[in-house]
Design a protein around this ligand. Sequence first.
Ligand SMILES: [Zn+2]
Ligand SMILES: [Zn+2]
Ligand SMILES: [Zn+2]
Ligand SMILES: [Zn+2]
Length: 126
Amino acid sequence: MASSEQHICTICNDDGVSNLAVSWCTECEVFLCGDCEKPHSKSRLSRNHKTMSAEDYQKLPTFIQEISSKCRDHKKKFELYCSYHVCPCCVQCVTDKHKKCQEMKTLSGVLQQVKSSASVQLLEKI
Ligand SMILES: [Zn+2]
Ligand SMILES: [Zn+2]
Ligand SMILES: [Zn+2]
Ligand SMILES: [Zn+2]
């Protein structure tokens, strides 16, 4: 992959600290640095969460990486995925650009698929 973009820990970033992320939690959809990863993997609420390395995250399809961001045109959260245009869309995009698109999927459903396939890939590596 051409981009070697570094990701910043989402949790630390909320506190105004820019720590480099080492992993990404597929459940919380947040980046974790080394310091935040430990409590996350120990906490009763999140210890069963599947995480992948920030490196593996880079290899995910771009639209998955865009899910956690907002629609640039409408500043709304992406909620749907158009398989015809191969792009994530917010509710406004759907009304604007994807009215005739038949194959709109919910992002959570698509993400679920990617999550399970990502974990299969991880398992294969091991
Ligand atoms: Zn952190
Ligand atoms: Zn998590
Ligand atoms: Zn939009
Ligand atoms: Zn479309």
